[in-house]
Design a protein around this ligand. Structure first.
Ligand SMILES: [Zn+2]
Length: 137
């Protein structure tokens, strides 16, 4: 049976596995397995998203947030949609689905910092737009 997240059906091969102490909040493997940290609170999410934690991935998120803000998605608007741990989870899963749908893992060349930021921004935007649509219904 395929997984459904916030009303969006995921491809059949996509599976979710909870991994406590995962370095990132979530990531997806080539085979469609999405790894996600269990029970992420909204404040953990906000800190990570703002680059407040020391890890490299989080510093990169800061640049993504700058781009999202330019596109009209400042942190306030994001947190207006992501209000519960379930919303955090839905957002992260939809974000990873975007990577799968765009086959980001199949890009062979080494991506520049800018290209990585663009890909991450797109994945965030797709997830946010879906959650916003759901929230309006
Ligand atoms: Zn991503």
């Amino acid at each position: 049976m395929s997984i459904s997240v916030a009303g969006k059906k995921f491809p059949n091969h996509v599976q979710i596995q909870e991994v406590p102490n995962l370095e990132q909040l979530a990531r997806v493997r080539k085979d469609g397995l999405i790894l996600i940290r269990p029970q992420i609170t909204t404040s953990e999410f906000a800190d990570y998203f703002c680059g407040k934690t020391q890890k490299g991935a989080s510093q990169h998120k800061k640049k993504v947030l700058e781009r999202l803000t330019i596109k009209g998605w400042g942190l306030k608007r994001i947190l207006g949609i992501i209000k519960t741990p379930t919303d955090v989870r839905d957002f992260l899963l939809l974000h990873e689905l975007s990577h799968l749908e765009h086959k980001d893992h199949e890009i062979k060349k080494k991506l520049s910092e800018l290209e990585l930021t663009q890909i991450e921004t797109r994945a965030c935007l797709e997830a946010l737009l879906h959650l916003e649509k759901i929230a309006q219904n």
